[in-house]
Design a protein around this ligand. Sequence first.
Ligand code: FES
Ligand code: FES
Length: 156
Amino acid sequence: MTRLQINGQARDVDVPGETPLLWTLRDELGMTGTKFGCGMALCGACTVHMDGTAIRSCVTPVSAAAGHAIATVEGMAADPVGRVVQQAWIENNVAQCGYCQAGQIMAAVGLLKTTPAPTGEQIDEAMSGNICRCGTYPRIRAAVRQAASRLVRGGK
Ligand code: FES
Ligand code: FES
């Protein structure tokens, strides 16, 4: 049995330790907001946070997640930075098919938690590992910029 801390809640899972965190979230815990894309740490669809840092859950064994604070897109509505980012995503109509967007949001929240006023280059760098087949990159950047400026003004 492995005890995970997900979005502030303890969750026990009975899976082999090498099981990827992604499949533990989706198949064992029914948290399907985190998406499977490449399975090889190349696309960012599976991005979650571990102790506040964006990680690829497809290549993170569940044993490595035990004892760490995991955050997923399901927890972002209750997160002060996540809420602002999600609102900016809505206002900028970022999503097209939507498949990559949970990972994009998690990457953006991870950036803004460590770098509240990022430069364009910092945004590009932080988001560069998240692929969008629909090509929503300009709207993603606009939303990250809007969220950053709101956060600098205290979320307004
Ligand atoms: S599914 Fe994990 S990076 Fe693509
Ligand atoms: S919105 Fe379709 S893959 Fe990004």
